[in-house]
Design a protein around this ligand. Structure first.
Ligand code: G6P
Length: 611
């Protein structure tokens, strides 16, 4: 979603802010802008990419050692130059950048209009700028007090960085519901909505908590709550390498991240699978394990790809640990008055750890008294801080908007949990548990082998670059893989694609099948193999084109399908981790061949911090 970056120090702010905005482009955006302070404040805003902003300031004075920058993903008001941030208050006293949504903006706007305020943009952010200014001028008070008083009147979520024209030696940052990180340098500070713009400058950071306000000067940082209680900043060391947020030799972040999966999965289970590969220890769950093992029901919540990982969890937890599982879209769960019992365990899955609906669902589940766990990738993000305990996926920074390595890392954690809990509950014998641990341990090598088929996957992709529809079919634990494969294709190539349980095809989608319809069937070997073979025949009988994901050496399906995407054999329980690889690459290559912007697909955002 929107990205925030701010700088205060002795260096020129513009290059730092632009490079920060470029780092944040992955979050999704439609316009960007910068304000710089050099005596007076200047603002530059542009619809489009950060490069459009850079082109638009050519020849202008861009000097200044204090500044703020923003990439916007439109919520209130269409994407254009006027609605882009920063927003300046009517009399020019405050310049602000904002992530999140001011929910009561329309009533605040009406009151401000009654007091003579006029508005240039359609944004909720401009309302906030004017509210701060109104309080500031009426009370003749300091900027920091005006900000805190204004924020007390706001309903909604915000990550904010503010410049006050009369106090140009400081930035004021505030957070509620929308993340902000402060980078601590040598006589300089950086502010950003995530750590990616900061890591090239410093690895000392302070994560703001909800209701924190930071007043940042070149060599002084004051942290307080919006109620003026003083806080002691907790400076932490950032665990992120600059190489993780560079493309290195790959054309796109998505391709880099697909190819990183042997390593990222290894990083996910490293130190958690014992050296003798006989047991699994998840440190983050140590204290809650007794409660988890006794859970009457587990509810996975998430959005998008993370929800698909939850569906894999449903299959594995029920099969291996024999605990009933439900999987819920966070956005539906929270508005449905769901039945949550104290004996339930809620497991929130999120790459970013910031998804607004997932966060809200967590709060609801906590209020109902359930144990709430998190499976998250971004260390220090909001979800791990809101949950009682959890497991980090350790997949490393994921920059491509279409999630790949984060998904396989989530599935790896879920698989480890299901095996560990199953062994503890004795629903899974020691012998069988140890065998599955071995299967999981072997996955990075198998993915490496699947990646070795990339050229073949690419050839097949080239045949379908002009398709308009795709159907993806899978059974059991491979049904979520079908959903995830279809989602990848939609997200980055804009081809309509649907995932379906293979047997359900007969109840609707079969009507769509003709000689123009590519049907991707995921056919790993298990007890449903014969059934999936029948489903392939049903498609062929209607002249559909079958692209089958098969185990290497599967001649039965090879002889029936039009094309096969081979993956190494593995136990069914871990097969989502291998079978998703050709589907990620199929989508990637089709999208590249169609000329789509793979890393920043239209309208999508990496981290959805609005509801
Ligand atoms: C957005 C992203 C998806 C992601 C979903 C959930 O829609 O584009 O890739 O799966 O949000 O995000 P989370 O960070 O909670 O996993």
């Amino acid at each position: 979603m929107c990205g925030i970056v701010g700088y205060i120090g002795h260096k020129q702010a513009f290059p730092i802010l632009i490079s920060g905005l470029k780092r944040l482009e992955y979050r999704g955006y439609d316009s960007s802008g910068i304000s710089l302070v050099n005596g007076e404040a200047k603002t530059f805003k542009k619809k489009g990419k950060v490069s459009d902003l850079v082109n638009s300031v050519k020849g202008q004075d861009i000097s200044g050692t204090i500044g703020i920058g923003h990439t916007r993903w439109a919520t209130h008001g269409e994407p254009n130059d006027v609605n882009a941030h920063p927003h300046t208050s009517m009399n020019g006293h405050f310049i602000i950048i904002h992530n999140g949504i001011i929910e009561n903006y329309s009533s605040l706007k009406k009151k401000l209009e009654q007091r003579g305020y006029t508005f240039k943009s359609q944004t909720d952010t401009e309302v906030l700028a004017n509210l701060i200014e109104y309080i500031y001028l009426r009370g003749n008070i300091s900027a920091d007090l005006a900000v805190r008083l204004a924020l007390n009147k706001v309903v909604g979520a915000y990550g904010l960085v503010i410049i006050c024209r009369n106090e140009p030696d400081k930035l004021i940052a505030a957070r509620k519901g929308s993340p902000l990180v402060i980078g601590v340098g040598n006589e300089e500070y950086f502010v950003a909505s995530d750590a990616t713009p900061i890591i090239e400058h410093t690895n000392s950071v302070i994560y703001l908590n909800d209701n924190d306000v930071a007043i940042i000067k070149v060599n002084e940082l004051t942290l307080k709550t919006i109620h003026n209680d003083q806080l002691i900043p907790n400076i932490q060391t950032l665990n992120l390498e600059i190489g993780e947020i560079e493309k290195n030799n790959f054309d796109h972040f998505m391709l880099k991240e697909i190819f990183e999966q042997p390593k990222s999965i290894h990083d996910t289970f490293r130190g958690r699978i014992s050296p003798d590969k006989k047991s699994i220890k998840l440190g983050g769950l140590f204290e809650v394990m007794p409660q988890l093992v006794k859970a009457k029901r587990i509810i996975f919540i998430g959005c998008g790809t993370s929800w698909h990982a939850g569906l894999v969890g449903e299959y594995l937890f029920e099969e291996l640990a024999r605990i009933p599982v439900e999987v819920e879209y966070a956005s539906e769960f929270r508005y449905r008055n769901p039945l949550i019992y104290k004996e339930d365990v809620i497991i929130a899955i999120s790459q970013s750890g910031e998804t607004a609906d997932t966060l809200a669902a967590i709060k609801q589940a906590k209020e109902a008294g359930a144990l709430v766990l998190g499976i998250c990738n971004v260390v220090g993000s909001s979800i791990p801080r809101e949950t009682h305990a959890g497991v980090y996926t350790h997949a490393g920074a994921e920059i491509g908007v279409a999630s790949t390595k984060a998904f396989t890392a989530q599935v790896t954690v879920i698989t480890m949990m299901a095996i560990a809990i199953g062994m503890e509950r004795k629903t899974l014998s020691q012998e069988e548990g140890i065998r599955l641990i071995g299967e999981l341990y072997a996955i990075p090598d198998k993915i490496e082998k699947a990646l070795g088929h990339n050229e073949r996957y690419k050839e097949i992709a080239s045949l379908f670059r002009n398709a308009t529809n795709f159907l993806y079919l899978g059974r059991g634990v491979l049904f979520p893989v079908a959903l995830e494969g279809a989602l990848k294709l939609k997200e980055i190539s804009y081809i309509h694609a649907e995932g379906y349980p293979a047997a359900e095809m007969k109840h609707g989608p079969i009507a769509l099948i003709d000689q123009l319809m590519p049907v991707v069937v995921i056919a790993s070997k298990d007890h449903t193999y014969e059934k999936i073979v029948s489903n392939i025949q049903e498609v062929k009988a209607r002249k559909g084109i079958v692209i089958a994901v098969v185990i290497e050496g599967d001649t039965t399906i090879r002889n029936m399908a039009d094309y096969v995407l081979e993956v190494p054999d593995s136990d069914f329980a871990v097969s989502p981790l291998t079978t998703i690889i050709p589907l990620q690459l199929l989508s990637y290559h089709i999208a590249v061949m169609r000329g789509c912007n793979v890393d920043q697909p239209r309208n999508l955002a990496k981290s959805v911090t609005v509801e």
